[in-house]
Ligand binder design. Structure first.
Ligand code: MG
Length: 388
């Protein structure tokens, strides 16, 4: 089944008091329009996406509308929504069997909802996502007086996507050309007398028309389960041998001791474990990949600088550091007097507050190489939050 998506993004509505059209306002760090376009670009049933835009945007489209894994066509929107959709429809490829129309202002549309709507259109010719009314519905007059109560079971609140067999939408758009404005494509299809199937909508599929909607969408994206969770956890581990003739450096602090840790860099196992935890949380590889010990640049390197560089890498991937926690396992020396200084050094390197860094010292109860004072091991976890 060949399915083409049309994203209606031609509106200039600026109800937010922002100079930009509302579909370009950022949601979780990306324009609302980008979320909506990507939902269809990544969907396995969608062959191509046509976006109807304000003309100034088609003339100079942002990067995410230029580079795409799928066929992405941009058209100038028209005065009315149905004009925008008609212009986009004119570019639908001949082999397309189902056209699915979506409002750019609904950036949280789920893969499932797209699939449900497309499948219902394939069987019934026309289908829209809609939610049953949960509030009691009153009919009122222009004096703001109730003139009746509408049976709630008859009321459904239309969303998009709305999907149609190509021939059905073609006929509806032809008719619409000569008629009054419609607020959605289903209304055009109703006018030609074709039945429209109601598909279970999604309460998360909010339409962003006010600043409150935008805030709600931010919350849904941040805390929701639908692949949008932007909290990431990472773990790191390091162990170095204790040898004569080296300084003992942990967490950027030079600790007076008769031995130090062997290694290519300053062998600061605390920084190394935290660096790996951060890189791991961002799925950005590990310390060996970014700072190979075969590279002379990192010989005797200050591991706090490597840690600072790792923070830059995870930030470039769209994350910020929430907190890190560290366990240092060393039989000797006693680390408690140095813990707060280590925390301050790590916090400065990561550009976070000291309160976001935990460090605990443990002994190994005399067991194994650590217990025998031959090595020191460090475990670390890091939590990142995404800004994408
Ligand atoms: Mg190391």
């Amino acid at each position: 089944m060949h399915v083409t998506a049309i994203i209606a993004a031609g509106g200039r509505g600026a109800r937010f008091g922002d100079a930009r059209p509302k579909q370009l306002l950022p949601l979780a760090g990306r324009p609302i329009l980008q979320h909506s376009v990507e939902a269809f670009v990544r969907h396995p049933q969608i062959a191509g996406v046509i976006v109807a835009l304000p003309p100034e945007l088609t003339a100079n489209p942002p990067e995410y509308l230029r580079a795409s894994a799928k066929r992405l066509t941009l058209v100038d929107g028209g005065a009315r929504r149905q004009d925008s959709v008609a212009r986009a429809f004119a570019r639908v490829p001949a082999q397309t069997e189902i056209v699915v129309v979506h409002d750019a202002a609904r950036p949280l549309v789920s893969d499932d909802l797209i699939a449900r709507t497309v499948e219902a259109a394939a069987s019934d010719g026309a289908a829209i996502a809609a939610l049953p009314a949960t509030d009691t519905v009153k009919r009122g007059n222009y004096q703001r007086l109730v003139v009746g109560t509408v049976p709630r079971g008859e009321i459904f609140l239309a969303q998009t996507p709305q999907a149609f067999r190509t021939a059905v939408l073609r006929e509806a758009l032809l008719r619409a050309d000569r008629e009054a404005e419609a607020t959605d494509e289903a209304a055009l299809v109703e006018r030609i007398g074709h039945p429209v199937r109601l598909v279970d909508g999604d309460p998360r599929n909010v339409k962003i028309t006010t600043a409150d909607d935008l805030e709600l969408a931010e919350r849904l994206l941040g805390g929701g389960p639908a692949g949008a969770s932007l909290i990431r956890i990472g773990t790191g581990y390091d162990l170095h041998r204790l040898v004569d003739g080296r300084r003992l450096i942990l967490g950027g602090v030079v600790i007076p001791f008769e031995k130090g840790l062997a290694g290519h860099s300053d062998a600061d196992a605390v920084c190394h474990a935290v660096t790996d935890a951060l890189l791991g949380a961002a799925a950005a590889g590990d310390i060996g990949r970014h700072f190979p010990d075969t590279d002379p640049r990192w010989k005797d390197a200050d591991s706090l600088a490597l840690l600072a560089r790792a923070v830059e890498i995870v930030e470039a991937a769209g994350f910020t550091v929430v907190n890190v926690d560290v366990v240092i396992i060393a039989e000797r020396p006693k680390l408690a007097p140095y813990v707060d200084t280590m925390r301050a050094h790590l916090a400065r390197a990561m550009r976070v507050a000291d309160g976001q860094v935990g460090i605990k010292g443990k002994t190994n109860e005399g067991v194994g190489s650590i217990g025998a004072g031959e090595s020191i091991a460090v475990h670390a976890v890091a939590l990142l939050s995404g800004r994408r």
